[in-house]
Design a protein around this ligand. Structure first.
Ligand code: NAD
Ligand code: UD1
Length: 336
């Protein structure tokens, strides 16, 4: 009898999805990947196959195409879903709210309808620390009041709510809501990582482009926050640690009741200048920066209370900021 657990990975060609696919394959899960490549390319999945020496079914498919999506459920035995697919740029979401609500919400509802129709009731969902909003004090705990400041964040909060309602109504669903803090770093092979087109919005991709000479200078948004050096503090987590968190969540699903939220972070805050200096040390390059005004919507400090994930999932992040910067550099230095 085949006892392999088969996991459908939506958005599996993306940054976090591709790293999680490696971890799943290395731990003998079967995977089926679907992605519309709106923010990724099939190359990442070829790299996953190269790194693991394994192949798996890949569907180029949009979550919004219900019939196309259904084919994946018809053609595969699926035991659980890890749902990464979604649009994720905060600034863009402010300008294109309908696109974000349609893609992230309608896409997720299509997924949930199909899961229900095919009797798949186990789900790990990519949520975000953005759901803690601007009014909580650090460290953020899972039971704090939630709020958002932009359409992207609102899609995450709305999907969390939908999943909680679903689990309340139908007791056989098992859902983990994983609230990621700030994923950076790359697989140690240097074959996959995050390299957005154009001008990045997030700190590490921006630093990397400055380090390789593609951009002249990093703007540090604000040096007057009430933090040790005045710059914003975040909880950076290595994407490979984040990937193992998904496996721990999958293992836990059988024994959790309804929808459970877990913070995935290190529990440690680092400032923008901490990251710049760690990256300089790891890469041996100079990262030019200048101070600029605060970015609207940013908070001074954001880091996780990680005790729930440690206690209930038996998971904690292992890699430190220097190792995150080492692996980010190892990836980006090979990119054109
Ligand atoms: P990513 O953009 O690299 O990956 C998302 C993938 O989803 C992409 O490959 C994209 O092509 C795919 N996709 C988008 N819409 C789709 C659709 N309609 N149908 C099929 N595929 C679709 O992003 P990531 O950084 O890997 O993030 C993965 C998930 O984690 C996202 O849901 C994101 O919101 C969430 N998240 C990310 C971060 C972060 O900092 N990277 C933080 C918190 C939460
Ligand atoms: C951002 C999003 C958040 C999302 C997360 C992961 C905003 C307001 N928040 O979080 O919703 O979940 O990304 O995708 O966009 N910084 C600079 N210069 C830069 C870029 C960033 O100084 O060019 C600073 C920021 O002010 C912040 C820190 O670096 O203090 C991290 O920023 P970023 O990487 O964008 O992540 P978040 O703002 O934490």
């Amino acid at each position: 009898m085949d006892t392999t657990m088969n996991v459908l990975v939506t958005g599996g060609a993306g940054y976090i999805g591709s790293h999680t696919c490696i971890e799943l394959l290395n731990n003998n899960y079967g995977i089926i990947v679907m992605d519309n490549y709106s923010n990724s390319s099939p190359e990442a999945l070829r790299a996953v196959e190269k790194i693991t020496g394994k192949t798996f079914p890949i569907y180029e498919c949009d979550m919004l195409d219900y019939e196309g999506f259904e084919k994946i459920f018809q053609e595969n035995k699926i035991d659980a879903v890890i749902h990464f697919a979604g649009l994720k740029a905060v600034g863009e979401s402010v300008g294109k709210p309908l696109e974000y609500y349609h893609n992230n919400l309608t896409g997720t509802i299509n997924l949930l309808r199909l899961m229900k129709a095919y009797g798949v009731k186990k789900l790990v969902f990519s949520s975000s620390a953005t759901v803690y909003g601007m009014n909580n004090t650090v460290p953020f705990q899972e039971d704090m009041p939630l709020s958002t400041t932009n359409p992207y964040g609102t899609t995450k909060l709305m999907i969390e709510t939908i999943l909680k309602d679903l689990c309340f109504a139908e007791k056989d669903w098992k859902v983990a809501l994983l609230r990621y803090f700030n994923p950076i770093g790359a697989h140690q092979s240097g074959l996959i990582g995050e390299n957005p087109n154009g001008i990045p919005n997030n700190l590490m991709p921006y630093i990397m482009k400055v380090a390789i000479g593609k951009l002249p200078c990093l703007s540090v948004y604000g040096n007057d926050y009430p933090t040790p050096d005045g710059t914003g503090v975040r909880d950076y987590i290595h994407v490979c640690d984040l990937a193992t968190g998904h496996l721990k969540a999958l293992e836990k699903l059988d024994s959790i009741a309804g929808a459970q939220a877990y913070n995935l972070g290190t529990g440690k805050g680092s400032s923008v200048l901490d990251v710049v200096h760690a990256f300089e040390r790891a890469s041996g390059t100079k990262v030019n920066y200048q101070f600029a005004p605060r970015r609207p919507g940013d908070i001074a400090e954001c880091y996780a209370d990680v005790s729930k994930a440690k206690r209930e999932l038996g998971w904690e992040a292992k890699l430190n900021l220097d190792e995150m910067c080492r692996d980010s550099w190892n990836f980006i230095k090979n990119q054109k």
